[in-house]
Design a protein around this ligand. Structure first.
Ligand code: SF4
Length: 333
């Protein structure tokens, strides 16, 4: 199992439960695909931008505050997941949410800031109490004298551990868009209507544009990674020349698989070792091998909506899973 040793290491470090953030990504897709459909059907503000990269969100708040209405109001996966853990999960297992301390392990330094943002207390408590990077986790494992390579593998804790292939591809540029299209197509065209693989949004190019047919409707999409490219796209939206309806933007070139919290490698080493190629291949392999590859087909997600959130975009879902933004300047960072 690809993640098994990491789960064992986290248990040895003292965590009581280890859940898969990819399940949080499935919640994000449920909400984001629904929000996009709502905007295209009811004349909402387009293009809609993804909001799961806190570095992009803050860049927009500081440099393009007039584009705040273009941002999806969805929280990122780990923030959504924290809110669900401290509400639905706490209730079902009978734990006082004030006694739960959620630590997110992320490939990202910006997530440390994100967890401190206003409007990130969906259940009345901080969604996430602490963020550590994957680099910091590796250090913790070494400091605790844990021999990682010799660890037994174990699975994520249930029932929160179930995640889909769609959740797994969030880490690579184009992955959020592809996961959202899988679900949007089925939401628009009926159960299991849409295809699974959207090759047109894959690959390492900094700006990708495509027209994809989603349940008989042509949707113009763009996928962007790297902040210089993000600025180019923001200028297009600002001056009205944007030729897309839905855009995924990630601040790190290549997406979170090359995030700032990952083990440090020079750009030269990354290129020489084809780090992007290897990590993206690994993520797409996880997706291909997953028995469920669409977020809305995740049984756990379905159960939480049935028992607790009602439906995507409901007032209950908004309270826990959505957030708000603020214009910032150099005095308000
Ligand atoms: S793209 Fe980079 S900054 Fe954005 S969420 Fe991923 S790791 Fe964080």
């Amino acid at each position: 199992m690809w993640h098994g040793k990491m789960v064992t290491a986290l248990k040895k470090l003292g965590f009581d439960k280890v859940f898969d953030t990819n399940t949080g990504a499935d919640f994000t897709i449920m909400e984001e695909a629904s929000e996009f459909i709502e905007r295209i059907q009811n004349g909402g503000i387009l293009p809609m931008s993804t909001s799961c990269c806190p570095a992009w969100v803050k860049f927009l708040e500081m440099n393009y505050p007039e584009l705040i209405p273009n941002l999806s109001t969805c929280k990122s996966p780990h923030q959504m997941f924290g809110a669900v853990i401290k509400s639905y999960y706490a209730k079902t297992v009978g734990i006082d949410p004030s006694k739960i301390y959620v630590v997110s392990v992320m490939p990202c330094i910006a997530k440390k800031f994100e967890r401190t943002r206003d409007d990130m207390q969906g259940a009345g408590y901080d969604d996430v109490d602490c963020v550590i990077t994957t680099r910091e986790l590796a250090r913790l494992i070494r400091q605790a004298n844990i021999e990682f390579s010799e660890l037994e593998e174990c699975g994520f804790d249930s029932p929160m551990g179930e995640a889909t292939g769609a959740g797994a591809i969030f880490g690579v540029t184009g992955g959020v868009m592809e996961a959202a299209l899988r679900t949007a197509a089925d939401f628009l065209g009926g159960e299991s209507f849409g295809k699974i693989d959207y090759e047109e949004v894959r690959g390492r190019k900094g700006i990708k544009r495509a027209v994809v047919n989603v349940a008989g409707k042509d949707i113009r999409v763009a996928v962007v990674s790297g902040l210089a490219n993000a600025r180019e796209i923001a200028e297009e939206i600002k001056n009205g020349s944007a030729d897309f309806d839905f855009v995924e933007i990630m601040a790190c070139p290549g997406g979170c698989i090359l995030g700032g919290g990952q083990p440090i490698k020079t750009s030269k080493t990354r290129i020489k070792n084809d780090v992007f190629g290897k990590r993206s291949k690994s993520i797409y392999t996880i997706d291909e091998k997953s028995t469920i590859r669409k977020s809305h087909e995740n049984e756990y997600i379905k159960k939480v909506y049935e028992e607790f959130l009602n439906k995507p975009g409901s007032p209950e879902a908004h309270k826990l899973l959505h957030t708000s933004y603020v214009a910032r300047n150099k005095y308000n960072i």
